[in-house]
Design a binder for this molecule. Sequence first.
Ligand code: SAM
Ligand code: DTB
Ligand code: SF4
Length: 347
Amino acid sequence: MGACSNMNEGHVTIAQEGRAETRADGPHCDFAPRHDWTLEEVEALFELPFSDLLFKAAQAHRAWFDPNQVQLSQLLSIKTGGCAENCGYCAQSAHFETGLNASKLMDVAPVLEAARAAKQQGAQRFCMGAAWRDLKDRDLPRLAEMVAEVKALGLETCATLGMLTRHQAHALKEAGLDYYNHNLDTSPEYYAKVVSTRSYEDRLETLRAVREAGMSVCCGGIVGMGETRRDRAGLLQQLANLPDHPESVPINELVPIPGTPLANSKPLDGLEFVRTIAVARIMCPKSMVRIAAGREGMSQELQALCFHAGANSIFIGARLLTTSNTARDKDAELLADLQIRPMQMTS
Ligand code: SAM
Ligand code: DTB
Ligand code: SF4
């Protein structure tokens, strides 16, 4: 990563895993990141013939990454359920009867135990998720200790704790937090149909605080919530037109949770999921594009298409936050079949 290999001047040669590659950066790169996408342009990408779309996405992928490498993250729910927000997809909202047992913020020791196990299973990044509307200052000391100790294990650190103030973002960065996950979830137009206890602008404000504190951003969305293709295009337009592209873009497919308003949403067509991945790759060419929630329900062939369309990150481990994930040995088998290797991390 770091320089685009698809241009004609200003070449630099980098050695990667014993392979010399000619790569270059600069204004002439065909797949240079852009921040001025119109909705019509994004919709036009979605409407390309499938093979043309995948070819373009694969080119964008190869311009910035080794296409045979994948980044591996593992989640842990460090504070489950009882959340004050009413996100219509979420098992953890206190507004819906989902049968989930709420729990308090975990102590540092069991979190570290889970992080060690995740590292042993091959995780490169450990993501700590809390079902909070916003972070309370009283929880900061424990979180800071948690983050510092997870980082000391040699893992990248990520957290998703709801809305943050500027000083909280700085404190987390100080503690060693590398990434903050905060999703825009869908288009600005569809957002109010999914959640009414916070606004799109609230989300953008936290993303600004995270950036200002110097952390990397993990920001994506959910598909399969009954939104239109135009909404999916609108989400990707918002993500790509941020001042800086999120370093990680998780694309979640809705995991239907009985008891939530979206429990009976019509499942998204698999090929439309692949198209969404491909468009995300083209629009955010330097980002890690993650097949996030919903992967357990996808065939090996569908996942292979997603990788071909430019996905280069997954969640590993038996659990996401409250729902199950593909078994580790099944993932190991898939990656071996596709000859995709874990990415070499630089930090
Ligand atoms: N409370 C924090 C927040 O909302 O930012 C962090 C946790 S929240 C569970 C993180 C993300 O997980 C959501 O923004 C959403 O994109 C995704 N998510 C939650 N429930 C999901 C579900 N049932 N299916 C797919 N994705 C889901
Ligand atoms: C993200 O985009 N997806 C993850 C992570 N960021 C926090 C969460 C997925 C949750 C899936 C439903 C559950 O397990 O509760
Ligand atoms: Fe709370 Fe996050 Fe779930 Fe929304 S998505 S209900 S904020 S835990």
